[in-house]
Write a new protein. Structure first.
Length: 376
């Protein structure tokens, strides 16, 4: 019988937090710990942002931060912790920093954290790479649904002339979110059953964001467009991918659309059936899910250098080949296609890195062990 109990408080967002829950449920399956899902309707208001090394605070919620409680049943020791899976390295949950002993941040950049008060700095730890998934051993899914729906309604309660309109809009978004997270893949889907021999395909299938109003989004779209065009021009049918069809992609980049399936399961199959995969930065330089997915399949990864600081860094030439400028991309692809030993080394090390540092079970084991060690 495990002496570790993890209370999972139902979160305001279920897509990103699924990674954390999957790790916990998988560890419970191995009797490393026990979990208990607790309904939570707390608004947990308060967001801190760093802008030009200055702190600003608002009363906004921070929905991609989820909350947990570790109880060592043998000693009676309790540790409250949160996982911050927000895209921005400059944004933090004030509620988490005030009420938790540790906050594990996905997009961890020390230069921003160092601006915070020292008592907050000491609580923030790098979470590492994440991706959406779920466990066959998940439980109390009805509690997650109830907590998610009612908390999001409560966050938008404001009795004015727009109350009904706002409520309808929120319920529509909640319904869309719930349907989407139910398309997430089982963690077993990421297992590599057999190596793909003699495959030389190059994959870069990506998306456009819903709006190009932000400069950062425009830059990301244009970068992805240029890369798609250059890959098609150089490698022809050997290149697979393009933009996933959407309103923005179809209106702005119609010649760069993919003609391949785009649902989560089909996309993972595309990854499995490719040799070389391309990674570019996510929104606000966040670590995109693609990196974790690529590593899981032991792919040969050519990637734009990450700005996030990982618990264990990815090493250039070991698990991945990094590029700084776009004109470096094609020569790197040509290099790995010609050098079978380099490709084999990158592939084997990528898979090992995933199993050791990124698999939700391994990462949550690290996090729990770290907290217990810090509190002995």
């Amino acid at each position: 019988m495990s002496q570790i109990l993890i209370n999972i408080f139902t979160p305001q967002e279920l897509n990103h937090s699924s990674y954390i829950q999957t790790g916990l449920f998988e560890l419970e399956k191995e009797s490393f710990l026990k979990t208990k899902v607790k309904l939570s309707f707390s608004k947990r208001l308060g967001t801190i942002r760093i802008e030009e090394k200055k702190i600003t605070e608002t009363q906004q919620p921070h929905p991609k931060t989820s909350f947990y409680q570790l109880i060592d049943t043998k000693s009676g020791k309790t540790i409250n912790f949160a996982t911050d899976l927000y895209d921005a390295s400059t944004s933090f949950s004030k509620y988490a920093l005030e009420h938790c002993d540790y906050v594990f941040k996905r997009n961890f950049e020390a230069k921003h954290i160092e601006v915070l008060p020292i008592e907050y700095q000491k609580k923030i730890v790098s979470l590492g790479l994440t991706f959406g998934c779920h466990s066959a051993s998940k439980k109390a899914w009805h509690k997650f649904f109830i907590g998610f729906v009612l908390t999001n309604i409560r966050l938008n309660l404001k009795f004015d002339s727009y109350f009904v309109t706002r409520l309808k809009k929120k319920l529509k978004l909640v319904d869309s979110h719930w349907k989407f997270i139910n398309t997430s893949r089982l963690i077993e889907s990421f297992e590599v059953k057999s190596a793909i021999e003699n495959n030389q395909d190059i994959l870069f299938q990506t998306r456009c964001f819903a709006s190009e109003e932000q400069k950062d989004v425009q830059e990301i779209h244009l970068q992805r467009y240029r890369i798609i065009q250059s890959l098609r021009e150089r490698f022809g049918n050997q290149f697979k991918g393009g933009f996933i069809p959407s309103e923005v992609a179809q209106s702005k980049y119609p010649k760069a659309l993919t003609n391949l399936p785009t649902d989560p399961e089909s996309y993972l199959t595309l990854v499995k059936n490719s040799k070389v995969v391309i990674y570019t930065r996510g929104l606000i330089y966040s670590p995109a899910w693609k990196m974790a997915e690529y590593l899981s399949q032991g792919k040969v990864i050519i990637a734009e250098k990450l700005t996030t600081e990982l618990p264990v860094p990815l090493e250039n030439g070991r698990e991945v080949l990094f590029f700084q400028e776009e004109n470096e991309l094609i020569p790197l692809i040509e290099k790995v296609l010609e050098d079978s030993q380099l490709s084999k080394t990158l592939s084997q090390n990528a898979k090992k890195y995933f199993e050791t540092h990124v698999h939700p079970k391994a990462n949550m084991r690290r996090i729990i062990t770290f907290m217990l060690d810090q509190n002995t």
